[in-house]
Design a protein around this ligand. Structure first.
Ligand SMILES: [Zn+2]
Length: 326
């Protein structure tokens, strides 16, 4: 959604008293996320809203909010390289006290993907039983960077700029298949140029198929997964492609988990077909905990890769850990 469309959407939600308790704003636009929260607070507070629920922006309340002087909003940012569990505990304490100037409280968590497991779990307990009149907004570049358990309890709003469309157009014009272009846009932004430069349709497709086959074996805890690394993935295990592969598996895993929550409508375009096909193959054999386990192991493997372990070993670690898990 573009920022203006998102503002309109939230104004109407608030007007009809349908604002949910937790949202996740994703996309590249940091300032747009803040602007959207400001609009939401104004729509909740302003008494001079118009027929579409838009705040007047002129009254004392609106102006104070624009200046960032609204007392019932707390913003959490990473303390150093992560968001600490104490910050989340502090936030929960603050949310438990009465609001000062409004009849609700709002919290925003910036770079929510930097929450460590302890912080994420502390927040999770809160998301599971949200207090009335408390609204939480998480910011992250991509939903997949958050724990699936958190993803499943928030509504995602993807904030896009015109750049994403033009990138997609550019890729299609360069002869990249629609599905492949969408996959590339899910992988690291820094890698996009290299992926486009190295692109060759057949081999890209073979790589995705090999990863999907590997994923399927892992979810079935089939020890053949270990052999499949040698037989099907070996030529895609340089450092960058190894990492891209883990990112793709992570994305795929998150989509499959989320597809079990009917309220989550994630627009996947032409990738929906791919996801559905894998879902059909594994669906009746796996439990929700398998997705969570997979998510954890994928993060572990990525950490291994970052600490200079070879891609092959990182993938083997994944296969062993998944297959031995009861
Ligand atoms: Zn106003």
């Amino acid at each position: 959604m573009r920022l203006e469309a998102a503002k309109k959407h939230f104004n109407l939600l608030i007007q009809h008293k349908r604002l949910a308790h937790a949202y996740l704003f994703t996309g590249e636009l940091g300032q747009a996320k803040k602007k959207l929260v400001e609009t939401i607070i104004q729509a909740l507070v302003c008494k001079h809203f118009d027929a579409e629920g838009r705040a007047c922006l002129n009254c004392m309340d609106c102006q104070r909010i624009t200046r960032g002087q609204f007392a019932d909003h707390m913003a959490i940012e990473p303390d150093g390289r992560s968001i600490k569990v104490d910050q989340i505990r502090g936030l929960k304490e603050w949310l438990g006290t009465s609001p000062i100037e409004a009849d609700f409280k709002i919290a925003t968590i910036e770079q929510a993907d930097l929450m460590g497991p302890a912080a994420a779990n502390a927040l999770l307990l809160f998301l599971e039983e949200p207090s009335p009149n408390v609204y939480i907004f998480l910011f992250s570049r991509q939903a997949e960077q958050l724990l699936p358990t958190i993803q499943s309890r928030v509504q995602e709003v993807i904030l896009e700029d015109d750049k994403a469309d033009s990138q997609m157009d550019q890729m299609l014009q360069a002869g990249i298949r629609d599905q492949h272009a969408r996959v590339m846009l899910k992988l690291s932004v820094n890698r996009l140029k290299n992926l486009m430069d190295d692109y060759e349709a057949e081999s890209f497709e073979d790589w995705l198929k090999a990863l999907e086959y590997f994923y399927q074996l892992l979810m079935q805890k089939d020890p053949y997964a270990f052999v499949a690394i040698q037989q099907h993935l070996k030529s895609y295990l340089n450092f960058n492609q190894g990492q891209d592969g883990l990112d793709y598996l992570n994305w795929l895993n998150a989509q499959l988990l989320l597809s079990h929550y009917p309220s989550k409508e994630n627009y996947l375009g032409s990738l929906q077909k791919r996801v559905n096909m894998i879902k059909e193959r594994i669906n009746h054999q796996v439990s929700h905990t398998s997705y969570h386990r997979m998510n954890q192991l994928l993060m572990d493997s990525k950490k291994l890769l970052m600490s200079n372990v070879t891609s092959q070993l990182a993938y083997e670690h994944l296969a062993i850990k998944m297959c031995e898990w009861k």
